[in-house]
Ligand binder design. Structure first.
Ligand SMILES: NCCCNCCCCCC(O)(O)C(F)(F)F
Ligand SMILES: [Zn+2]
Length: 343
């Protein structure tokens, strides 16, 4: 399985994340991918290939123009405003306020486009986000040209990014871009399976009213877990998308047996729906020692999960999402890939 990865991810390394009223070193930090790279090497994967420039046409097809312009210009505007710190959202369009148009003021614009305050942006975030989606796109092209599977070692992640929202460490929705590329290549039915601990609110939102891309997510129940405000089981899609979204929210302490039941149910839905290609939002924060999550999967469980996904027999692109137990993120991520390869 070929891996695609860009060193440009390093340009995104905020010094602070707002967590419990404190500024801490971000959980989503560059060393995460170093552990994944080391494990890939240890397990005999071919060296990762650096992607070329991103194909912006498909990115623009899924993300709002004003939002992309905001992401690209935010740092310069923030500095021009005289702010000394990193970009952190502080004022949000709350209930019954005006959400039809962004303010002119950069502090207001940041809050308009942000879904949460934990994610800081810096001068290199935009470039890093472009390199991340470029890796995902390169993985899609490898599968579109015949590979059974490929892995976009994406950093920053993407599944919380909606067409016009960033947050949860995400800016551009890598998995959504890959799904759209499969559609552009002629696949009629594409499925996205999100096994990150957190609900892929952005991916769901992008495809919610579409009947051509199926979205299935296993995640911490929204009553208890970020992103909190999407991911309920009664969200099944609307209009042409009705029946093409399925959520499996699960409670704190969920172990592999129950999680795997949800995985099998999701895989059965994807198969019954007739997906021709599969995109996996591969987060491994369902791991028992993950610092910001509450499922209890152990490392061998990720091998079994990969095997179950592989048995679906679909051409598959894996996009890296989350996983913050730094010393285990490499093992758990590569376990999924190896389980998939063994299937
Ligand atoms: N401060 C502790 C609460 C954490 N709140 C933000 C959680 C973001 C999770 C991101 C992720 O793991 O879903 C992704 F895959 F996108 F990276
Ligand atoms: Zn996550």
């Amino acid at each position: 399985m070929q891996v695609f990865f860009s060193e440009e991810h390093r340009r995104h390394f905020p010094q602070a994340e707002l967590n419990g009223g404190e500024f801490v070193t971000p959980f989503e930090r560059p060393s995460r991918v170093e552990y994944v790279l080391a494990r890939l090497n240890e397990r005999g994967f071919a060296p990762p290939v650096a992607p070329g420039a991103p194909d912006m046409a498909v990115v623009r097809g899924l993300h709002d123009a004003g939002y992309l312009e905001f992401l690209e210009a935010a740092w310069d505007e923030w500095k021009a405003e005289g702010f000394a710190g990193e970009i952190i959202a502080a004022s949000f369009p709350a209930r019954r306020m005006q959400i039809a148009r962004p303010p002119r003021n950069i502090d207001g614009k940041v809050g308009y486009y942000a879904l949460a305050s934990e994610t800081a942006m810096t001068g290199g975030t935009w470039t890093a986000a472009l390199s991340s989606v470029a890796s995902a796109q390169a993985a899609q092209r490898a599968v579109a040209s015949g590979a059974r599977a490929a892995f976009g070692l994406c950093r920053p992640p993407g599944h919380h990014a909606a067409s016009d929202m960033y947050g949860g460490y995400c800016f551009i929705n890598n998995a959504a871009v890959v799904a759209q590329m499969f559609r552009n290549d002629g696949a009629d039915r594409v499925a996205v399976l999100d096994i990150d601990f957190h609900h892929g609110n952005g991916t769901q939102d992008i495809f919610f009213d579409r009947g051509d891309v199926f979205f299935a997510s296993l995640h911490g129940a929204p009553e208890d877990a970020f992103p909190y405000f999407l991911g309920y089981a009664d969200e099944v899609g609307i209009g042409a998308g009705e029946g093409a979204t399925v959520n499996y929210p699960m409670l704190p302490g969920t172990g592999y047996a129950a999680w795997a039941e949800a995985l099998d149910a999701a895989l059965a839905r994807i198969k019954a729906w007739g997906a021709e290609t599969l995109v996996v939002s591969l987060g491994v924060d369902a791991y028992k020692d993950d610092p910001i999550s509450f499922f209890k999967l152990d490392s061998p469980d990720f091998i079994d999960a990969g095997r179950r996904i592989g048995r679906l027999g679909l051409p598959t692109v894996f996009c890296m999402e989350g996983g913050y137990a730094i010393e285990a993120v490499g093992i758990n991520t590569v376990n999924v890939l190896e389980g998939f390869n063994d299937a």
